[in-house]
Ligand binder design. Sequence first.
Ligand code: PEP
Ligand code: MG
Length: 607
Amino acid sequence: MTERYKERVKKLRGIAVSPGVIIGKARLVDRSRVKILYQYLVSEQQVWGEVERFKEALGAAKEQIAGIKNKMPEQLRKHAFILDTHLMILEDSMFCNATIQTILSEKINAEWALKKSVQNIDKLFAQIDDRYIKERIVDVEYVAERVLRCLAGKEQVSLSEINERVIIVAHELSPADTSSINIGKVMGFITDVGGRTSHAAIMAQSLKIPAVVGLETVTHHVQDGTLLIVDGYAGEVIIDPDDEEIILYQEKQIQREAYESGIIRLSHLAAETVDGHRIAVRANIELLEEVVAAKDHGAEGIGLYRTEYHYLRSASLPAEEDLFEDYREVAEIIAPAPVTIRTLDLGGDRVSSGHVPAKETNPALGLRAIRFCLKEVGLFKSQLRAILRASAFGKVQLMFPMISGVQELLDSRAILEEVMSELDREGRDYDRHVRVGVMVEVPSAVAVADILAKYVDFFSIGTNDLIQYALAIDRVNEHVAYMYQPFHPAILRMIKQVVEAGKKAGIDVALCGEMAGDPLCTCILLGLGIEEFSLNTVGIPIIKKIIRTLSLEECRKDLEKILELDTATRVRDVVKAKMKPLLTDLHHQGLITSYNNNVDRRAFQHA
Ligand code: PEP
Ligand code: MG
């Protein structure tokens, strides 16, 4: 990459994982790996000296991690278990004893011996069928890297030592990194890698500091001290902004805060169109901790509880009891409104930065979501038990992701029945009439929506995946992000088909993809007959406000014309023209950008 090219990069887009806007100086955190050289030890004395050196490094690493854990800020205490896992790795015989044995038997330096131990553990993990245990190799690598740094006498800059107000810029942040963050000093962080469920993302939310991850190459374009604007709402990072941009952002931020608080004050008003049609607006959440905020933003229930976090965050499978407690709490907090708990949707891009993706050539088309659960029946049953048990404490609905046809649904329902019988035998309380729905997000499910509708109580259209699979574009590939087109006539027709099938069968049809939160899409979705929108919490007040300004009758009429248009661009132009007066206001406040925000990982923008 040439210097000239570096200079041209002015703005990067990534995944907004924690909201807020900050302007500050970058602190580049170097987490490049320690280089390991092979060394043969000639004398017995050298060999024993090496063992001692390794033991000292282990001790130092232990002390460092224990220190980080002790000083962990209160807000992050609930994540301390990750550091306990790291301490356990430091005591594990495959990690310590095996390395010592290799030093002694092969007469080689500690670094090389440790590298061999990690390779052996990696091989062993790779053979294990349980993908969660397999993925823990990342933690072994974090710990090994720390020991290697201790061996090299290289101080790993701890984030706790950062004493200036800075924005952390890193390729990746380990759990130990984020756990040792100096609250009050670190304004926010941005990373090359990571997703919505990466450790860094979760920690940023807990700390309530803005963060953008998945920026891919931000560490290449930023140096220590570079001035940055980080927009944790839009997932944007502006590198080396000029005075005008800084002033613009500061003003935007002030206006945004004022406007947002105004909108939030109105968020409890019902989302009723001007011609009197009531629309349900619910929240998409990933964590129990988000439920209260969802309620505060006017959510009339949880329309999509993504349940992957519990499975991604720890080395072992979550216990049924822990899942039950979590789901029960969500159900109780949101009651009497409903919570739709979606069963596990692992696979595809849904792997945290702390986990190695399963090695599939085509993960989005691989063993993902319901396919994975139907294979791992034990795991599936344990989650279903937890969901059903929680149904005794609120209004719980259950939803299967990635259903591609009727057989898959019948297989899933059969397992659900088995679980119900188990609970009956055990005399446990649960809602025998729990409403069961499917996500419609695979084109084949759209094609057979009329048949699927006979077997479920509701549909929830997942446009994120529906667009991916219908238009054959990888939703996390920035090279094809421009093709992520919610307004593509094919997508509009598919939604129409699903709504019509649902209505004919008398079942509810919701929409929970990012389209539901895009103000440009609201009138189209109303025209298409969507009566439940489920979206990210922060967008709820805006979408409710937009719904309150629209007439359903008019949206229906507009839709008739829109459905005659032949390209996504034409649809977008028509919608923009219609929504202009309202959107100009929202645009001006920086509360919306464009429908391109729907892409999960955004393409680069060069100044
Ligand atoms: C979707 O696919 O639209 C959806 C809501 O599910 P997820 O983004 O979790 O795949
Ligand atoms: Mg999906």
